[in-house]
Design a protein around this ligand. Structure first.
Ligand code: ADP
Ligand code: MG
Length: 753
């Protein structure tokens, strides 16, 4: 008798060599093995009699071996197996395999075989090169059907896996199975399966490994996707419930304060901003920790929404912290908030590894924080009311945070989590959600050092790019959502163009004319300057797919900088930015760019060019086919921040393509020409490239099958409804021990907590 939880090594058929390979893949038990899924299928399901109609198609043919031959080419250390089979309509078929002489041990003259492969003509003879094969006497495992192809690993072939899979799977379907039946019991409750017409687990596994048809395969995959999504939803609802039982500080909504603040902004809030701000302020009032995601496009104005929540919190005498993923972004926030709160008696700290700064209002030192309100006669004051920014030591800074002398702490998340002990932190704001794991976020909220451990701070996370709605519901179901789906009115949509190689010169000319244009007065607070017109970004992708820059990438960006400065734009000032520069150097380049001392900034894609440069109106992205749509859209968001018309030019690889051949522009890039709507773009990207990218470096750990179905809104909805329903009746899953167990394992795997 075999238990499904048995380790694979206890199965004699599977030799230690294979056990080792499988263990490396994370497959330890029989059950693990059954859940080791193919990543694609070869369609060999067409069993036919040979004819010219099938030329160049993948088909399956059966017949008797008439002749076999082994050719060895010693000079090239090669062997070629050649067999001829006679098929049923007496047309011979030749099949050849390279370097697999052992095939002849099985494929002898007179043996009946099935071959699956592409039918070609070799001279005048029908032929197949390296077809899949098996004896006709055997079940169709490797030919004649949809054939599963497993992720490739050295030392293990898909053929071997198919064989083992069949041996393990088949007995489970037998009604008199001696296998312990309790292990392959379905974790999906029967009622749910019935309601949505989902396969039971045995049928699901059989159809995933050995699909009888495409339809059945899809049905089996759907059932797996449903199961995964159901678990995700159970978990997120549980997390949400747990949070709802925790205590937090209720912060009363001070309508006058907020109205006053909003009325003095240099712009009118969009309706979406209003709505989101209101949702957040309402949440803050509750004595339960807020856990909200502010989901919005680049430039949709998330900063001001977060500022409103910070202002409300601080005015109630509590502290707020803003965490950014990089130093540059933290500094940018520091500058923005000093500006936004310039008329308020709020002390703001910047804490990164290079900076320890405190910014405080110069005048009115005696203004009490409790009496915080807009300083009267705002207009007059703005002119002579400045902030003093002083550099301090780390320990001094930490002390002033601990004593509540500083009310707003901005920094990189690593440093804030490590160093800072707050006096009375009530609100955490995280910028750029996707760089944090869902796991990290929840622990952060509960574990950040603070005096009163019972009070969990409210948490507002902001996305760097719009997350597709379905994805947000699926994965961030434990959060409440506020969506900024409306751009400030003063924006002109960015004009985007895909540029073929011949268009490059034209673009360069266009850039010349843009830089020579008279300086744009783009915003009320525009940093005025005397030199230069508009400014330009040039973005280069990483050459190798990796998370950080290699020296090759730095070299490439240096070379492009050189080429542009010496040959193309000798009359302009160019700057260079890449990840291997020191923080201070990066800082200096960005500052020069924002001070308009640089006309064109050449940069690698990993460098955060998040600083707001309203005067930059052109962005060029080289090798744009290397990027995802969402990423391109995000780069594009670097321009279009001022009142002037902005442009984005997408270059595609040209050097590798001979000019006589028309360059194939990836059709997906065309979406960017058509729309500026970040949500629309990210939905497209989700369908094209899957959800992984929206999680940044953090793997969601979800099986590909569930991932593929994430754009299936209905499935997510149903899974969520069923999860809710189940938990209402059985909150601790006491009546569903199997499910509870699966959920525990599942959440360890996908790090939802
Ligand atoms: P993001 O959502 O990408 O963080 P920001 O908050 O940085 O966007 O806002 C981008 C720019 O738009 C900033 O310069 C900000 O001052 C400006 N802005 C924000 N809201 C509005 C609005 N309602 N009307 C006009 N400009 C706005
Ligand atoms: Mg932002």
């Amino acid at each position: 008798m075999v238990n499904l939880n048995l380790p694979l090594k206890s199965i004699p058929r599977i030799t230690p060599k294979y056990v080792r390979v499988l263990e490396k893949l994370g497959v330890f038990t029989v059950k693990d093995f059954l859940f080791y899924f193919p990543f694609r299928y070869d369609d060999f399901s067409q069993i036919v009699s040979i004819s010219e109609d099938y030329l160049n198609q993948v088909i399956t043919v059966s017949g008797k071996i008439i002749k076999t031959k082994l050719n060895r080419i010693f000079r090239r250390k090669m062997s070629i197996v050649e067999i001829i089979i006679g098929t049923e309509n007496n047309i011979p078929l030749k099949a050849v395999w390279f370097n697999q002489p052992f095939i002849l041990e099985t494929l002898k003259e007179g043996v009946e075989v099935r071959l699956s492969g592409k039918l070609i003509l070799d001279g005048k003879k029908f032929s197949m090169s390296s077809p899949a094969w098996e004896k006709s006497s055997r079940d169709m495992t490797n030919t004649g059907r949809l054939i599963p192809i497993y992720p490739q690993t050295s030392g293990i072939t898909s053929k071997w896996i198919r064989w083992q899979m069949k041996m393990l799977l088949e007995p489970l379907g037998h009604p008199m199975s001696k296998w312990t039946s309790d292990v392959l019991i379905d974790i999906l409750p029967k009622e749910i399966r019935k309601k949505y017409n989902l396969y039971d687990i045995y049928t699901t596994l059989s159809q995933i490994h050995f699909p009888d048809s495409k339809e059945k395969l899809i049905r089996a995959q759907k059932r797996m996707a449903f199961q995964e999504m159901f678990l995700v939803q159970l978990k997120t609802i549980q997390i949400k419930k747990e949070f709802a039982e925790k205590n937090s500080t209720g912060i009363k909504f001070d309508e006058k304060l907020i109205k006053n603040f909003v009325n003095h902004l240099p712009f009118k809030l969009t309706n979406a901003q209003r709505k989101a701000s209101f949702e957040i302020l309402k949440d803050l009032e509750k004595p339960r920790p807020m856990n909200r995601l502010l989901n919005g496009d680049v430039g949709s104005g998330k900063t001001i929404v977060s500022a409103i929540s910070a202002l409300q919190t601080i005015s109630a005498s509590y502290q707020t912290t803003i965490m950014a993923p990089t130093e540059v972004l933290a500094r940018q926030h520091f500058e923005s908030f000093c500006e936004i709160f310039k008329n308020y008696d709020i002390k703001i700290a910047l804490l990164t590894s290079s900076y320890k700064l405190i910014s405080e209002p110069k005048a009115n030192q005696n203004l009490k924080i409790e009496n915080l309100k807009l300083i009267e006669n705002c207009k007059l004051k703005i002119e002579n009311y400045t902030r003093t920014i002083k550099s301090t030591t780390r320990s001094e800074l930490l002390t002033s945070i601990q004593t509540n002398e500083v009310q707003l702490v901005i920094g990189t998340h690593a440093l804030i989590q490590k160093d800072v002990k707050f006096k009375n932190l009530a609100l955490i704001i995280i910028d750029e959600q996707h760089r944090f794991g869902v796991a990290q976020r929840a622990t952060l909220q509960q574990n950040i050092p603070r005096e009163s451990a019972q009070q969990v701070p409210h948490l507002l996370t902001m996305t760097a790019t719009p997350i597709p709605r379905t994805l947000a519901i699926a994965f961030f179901g434990s959060l409440d959502l506020s969506i900024l789906d409306e751009m400030p009115k003063n924006r002109k949509p960015i004009i985007t163009k895909i540029i073929t190689p011949t268009g490059r010169e034209k673009v360069y000319n266009f850039i010349r004319s843009e830089i020579k244009k008279s300086p744009a007065s783009t915003r009320e607070d525009d940093r005025s300057s005397t030199r230069g017109g508009r400014q330009v970004f040039v973005i280069l992708p990483l050459i190798e797919e990796s998370l950080s820059e290699s020296m090759i990438d730095v070299k490439a960006v240096k070379a492009e900088h050189e080429r542009l400065s010496k040959i193309i734009f000798p009359e302009f000032k160019l700057g260079l930015l890449h990840g291997k520069l020191k923080a201070k150097e990066k800082e200096a380049v960005m500052k020069d760019f924002s001070d308009k001392k640089i006309d064109i900034l050449v940069s690698t894609s990993v460098v955060e060019v998040g600083i707001d440069i309203p005067n930059a109106t052109v962005i060029i992205i080289e090798n744009s086919e290397r990027f995802g749509l969402t990423q391109l859209h995000q780069f594009r968001g670097r321009v279009g921040r001022g009142k002037e018309q902005s442009y984005c030019f997408l270059f595609t690889a040209e050097n590798s393509v001979p000019t006589s051949v028309p360059t194939r522009i990836p059709t997906r890039l065309k979406i960017l020409e058509k729309t500026n709507d970040g949500f629309e773009i990210s939905e497209h990207d989700l369908k094209l490239r899957g959800p992984g990218q929206f999680f940044g470096n953090i793997q969601s750990g979800l099986p590909d099958i569930a991932m593929e179905h994430l754009s299936n809104v209905k499935l997510i909805k149903f899974a969520r409804a069923e999860a809710k329903n189940l938990l209402e009746n059985d909150p601790k899953l006491k009546e569903h021990p199997l499910l509870a167990d699966a959920l525990k394992k599942f959440s360890e795997k996908i790090h939802l907590e």
